[in-house]
Design a protein around this ligand. Structure first.
Ligand SMILES: [Zn+2]
Length: 157
C-alpha cells in the first residue's frame, strides 16, 4: 500500500481524515490570523492569506492587510475547502477557456474577474478591518463538527 492507494483501499478512514483536516483548517480560520511581514511572495503578490496566517510584504500599507483579512472572512464564510474548490473551479475553467480560445494563459486577467478578489479589493478601500464572524460560518462549523463527531461515533463508537 502506498500513500496514493490509501484513500482507495481505506475509504472510510480516508473520508474521516478528510473531514478532520477540513474541520481543523476551518477552526484555525476562526482564530485571529498571525500577520507575518515578508520581503517577497510568489508571482509578484503583495499579500497571501492562508489558514492562521497572513503574509504581507514589508512595504505594503494597512489596506493590503484589509484585502487579505477579507480572504480570511471568505474562508470563515465558505470554509477553507469551499474557497479552495471555488478557486480551483474559477482558475481551472478560466485557463481551459483561454486555451480553447487560443489566447495566452493570463492568470492576472482571471484574478481581476474573480468575485472573491473583487470583494477583497472593495473592502481594501474601506479603511476598516472587514474581519468578523458571519452567522453562516458559525452554523457551518458547528454542522461540520457534528458531522465529524457522527463519523467518529459510526466508525469507532
Ligand atoms: Zn486577494
Amino acid at each position: 500500500m502506498t500513500w496514493l492507494s490509501f484513500p482507495f483501499e481505506n475509504a472510510q478512514q480516508a473520508l474521516l481524515i478528510y473531514i478532520l483536516i477540513t474541520w481543523l483548517l476551518w477552526s484555525i480560520v476562526m482564530l485571529p490570523p498571525k500577520i507575518v511581514r515578508v520581503s517577497s511572495l510568489y508571482m509578484g503578490a503583495r499579500g497571501l492569506a492562508l489558514p492562521g496566517f497572513l503574509f504581507i510584504l514589508h512595504e505594503e500599507p494597512e489596506s493590503t492587510v484589509h484585502h487579505e483579512l477579507t480572504h480570511v472572512l471568505q474562508m470563515r464564510r465558505y470554509s477553507p475547502l469551499g474557497v479552495g474548490l471555488y478557486l480551483g473551479w474559477h482558475y481551472g475553467k478560466g485557463f481551459v477557456q483561454q486555451k480553447l480560445a487560443g489566447q495566452p494563459l493570463d492568470f492576472w486577467a482571471l484574478w481581476r474577474k474573480n468575485p472573491l478578489e473583487i470583494e477583497a479589493c472593495e473592502k481594501m478601500q474601506a479603511g476598516v478591518s472587514p474581519l468578523h464572524y458571519p452567522w453562516s460560518s458559525i452554523v457551518g462549523l458547528l454542522c461540520h463538527s457534528l458531522l465529524l463527531a457522527l463519523c467518529v461515533f459510526y466508525m469507532y463508537g
